[in-house]
Design a protein around this ligand. Structure first.
Ligand code: NAP
Length: 551
């Protein structure tokens, strides 16, 4: 085997020494990094080290501890499916799992598969450079530890680089401020505090109701009004738990057959196949059932603006019905983009929260934030909102951010930042040309964030594992996407996006529009997970078509 000379450094359950040479390095110990370690170490027998910046496993669920943090995927689908035993022994408690429960689950997985002994915690990767002569990735952490490996796999998540807007005056603010993705582990006690929250995406919509219950006053600063569907979260009934226990295989089959990896099908009917009354009744049932299934009521919601308008108007009507103050309702329902063309949030009492006496909505479209003052936030009309704390629910430098914050250099020292100057360019979201043996789990150009994440994660990890096994069984040492395959994939991914309404929203993070200066490129693959899985399988079956294999 090509890597048989690799040393296997001594490890202990308590942690590992720094540095060393391995067959593979994995960056990140969230959903993807944990499974990648398991596959490469326990199925292929490779020496693997996972480098993780945090002091524990969990990725997104380690960092995002903000009030109300909960997953939008239903719990029975938001988990690994690779192990029958794991599926059978873990029982979720609620329809949508909360942050603490998901983190417990990932810790359970780490223990169950004995993963911790190969994870180096507190190890933030700052650079990775391809050494052409040795055919090794050379990786350096913030504390100066040096690692080398033939294969480098990024498992850094799509939404892990916090976006803190550059608002003048933040450094002079006398209160405390927090980004939801870097929440203090000890929690924050907002009792008696005047809290300002900037941002009304999935995060802000989850956090506002919970913060409002504790705070003396909550001021929500809204720039873009957003749709939200009630989650209707509830404890799982014994009957549903039994159903899940008895139908794992069937549930998984559905998840693998649908475009978004969720455990429900998209109805095969057009909005215009039914009368307006029937349509309203269908939307009403979906509204009462709650959750992302609302999007699955008709097949044309995401491709036909006129079809989408019917759902959009239904939700706007619901907002106006729920929110008692007509002026507030008007600002909340003044939504400027098609439903679900930005990532659709689901909520627990979000719109209801604006009926509370201690909650105020500020419309930043009418009066943008001018600056942060020592006492609070001042908007352009001269109003100063006095605050004890500011919560930035302002999202992430999505998909490319976590990769480009590291200094990754490929063949001939080519920086990834340079290769992606005009936006990410990948083949299948798995590899970039010029970066041999570097795999990006749920990278830009793959379905990733458009899906229930464990589904694309498992597919990528398994594809990468099979690919490395293929190379090793043939005595090969390298694989690299060809520039032609990258160009073809980028063109195909653009076509897939343009066939939908998704790229029509100018301020969407899918396009990188939330980060000033970021190139406007639609980043995830919108062709659907089932189709993507088939394409990847076909590529592998044809001897990794579009890649150059060597060594
Ligand atoms: P987001 O969707 O990017 O929302 C950020 C919010 O902050 C938007 O309302 C944005 O307004 C606002 N904002 C950003 N910069 C601003 C500025 N300078 N001034 C005023 N407002 C500003 O971020 P997110 O809510 O953290 O969600 C990101 C993604 O994470 C979600 O789409 C989802 O994929 C995932 N997520 C999932 C869950 C879940 O499963 N439950 C929960 C949370 C997050 P504009 O719209 O005008 O830019």
């Amino acid at each position: 085997m090509p890597d048989s000379t690799t040393q296997h450094p001594t490890t202990s359950a308590a942690g590992q020494g720094g540095g060393g040479r391995f067959d593979a390095l994995v960056i990140g110990a969230g959903f993807s990094g944990l499974y990648q370690l398991h596959c490469l170490r326990d199925r292929l027998g490779l020496s693997v080290r996972v480098l993780e910046a945090a002091e524990g496993v969990g990725g997104t669920w380690y960092w995002n501890r903000y009030p109300g943090a909960r997953c939008d995927s239903e719990s029975h689908s938001y988990c690994y499916s690779f192990s029958k035993e794991l599926l059978e022994e873990w029982e979720w408690s609620e329809r949508y799992p909360g942050q603490a429960e998901i983190l417990r689950y990932l810790n359970h997985v780490a223990d169950r598969f004995d993963l911790r002994r190969d994870i180096r915690f507190g190890a933030r990767v700052v650079s990775a450079e391809w050494d052409e002569t040795a055919e090794l990735w050379r990786v350096v952490t913030q504390s100066g530890e040096r690692y080398a490996a033939r294969f480098l796999i990024t498992a850094v998540g799509c939404l892990s680089a916090a976006n803190i807007p550059d608002i003048p005056g933040l450094e002079d603010f006398r209160g405390r401020w927090y980004h939801t993705g870097q929440w203090p582990h000890e929690g924050v006690d907002f009792t008696g505090k005047r809290v300002g929250m900037i941002g009304t995406g999935s995060t802000g919509i989850q956090a506002a109701p919970v913060i409002a219950e504790a705070a003396a006053h909550l001021t929500v600063f809204q720039r873009t009004a957003n749709y939200s569907i009630p989650a209707r979260n509830a404890p799982l009934t014994p009957e549903f738990k039994r159903y899940v226990r008895e139908h794992h295989a069937e549930i998984r089959r559905v998840m693998h057959a649908t475009p978004n990896g969720h455990p429900f099908y998209i109805e095969d009917r057009s909005v215009f196949d039914v009368t307006p009354e029937e349509r309203r009744a269908i939307y009403e049932v979906a509204w009462q059932r709650g959750g992302l299934q609302f999007r699955a009521t008709f097949r044309d919601l995401l491709v036909d603006k006129a079809a989408n308008d019917t759902a959009a108007e239904f939700i706007r009507g619901k907002i106006r019905e729920v929110v008692k103050n007509p002026a507030t309702a008007a600002v909340l329902s003044d939504i400027d983009h098609p439903f679900a063309a930005k990532r659709p949030p689901i909520d627990t009492n979000y719109f209801e929260t604006f009926n509370r006496d201690n909650v105020t909505l500020v419309n930043l479209r009418a009066t943008p934030i001018e600056c942060i003052t020592p006492r609070g936030i001042r908007t352009r009309d001269g109003t100063e909102y006095a605050l004890d704390a500011i919560v930035f629910a302002t999202g992430f430098d999505a998909m490319t951010g976590p990769l480009l914050r590291m200094d990754i250099r490929g063949r001939d020292g080519l920086p990834l930042r340079e290769a992606w100057r005009a936006g990410p360019q990948t083949y299948l979201g798995l590899q970039a040309a010029g970066f041999p043996n570097l795999f990006t789990i749920t990278g830009p150009g793959s379905p990733s964030v458009l899906c229930n994440m464990p589904v694309p994660i498992e597919q990528h990890v398994e594809w990468i594992t099979d690919c490395i096994a293929h190379l090793r069984s043939r005595g090969l040492t390298r694989i690299e996407a060809t520039p032609e395959a990258v160009d073809r994939w980028v063109a195909h991914a653009n076509d897939a996006a343009n066939a939908s309404l998704l790229p029509t929203v100018p301020h969407s993070w899918y396009l990188g529009a939330n980060v000033p200066g970021k190139p406007r490129v639609f980043m995830p693959y919108a062709g659907g997970m089932a189709r993507y899985r088939a394409i990847c399988a076909e590529v592998a079956a044809r001897g990794y078509e579009g890649f150059t294999l060597g060594g």
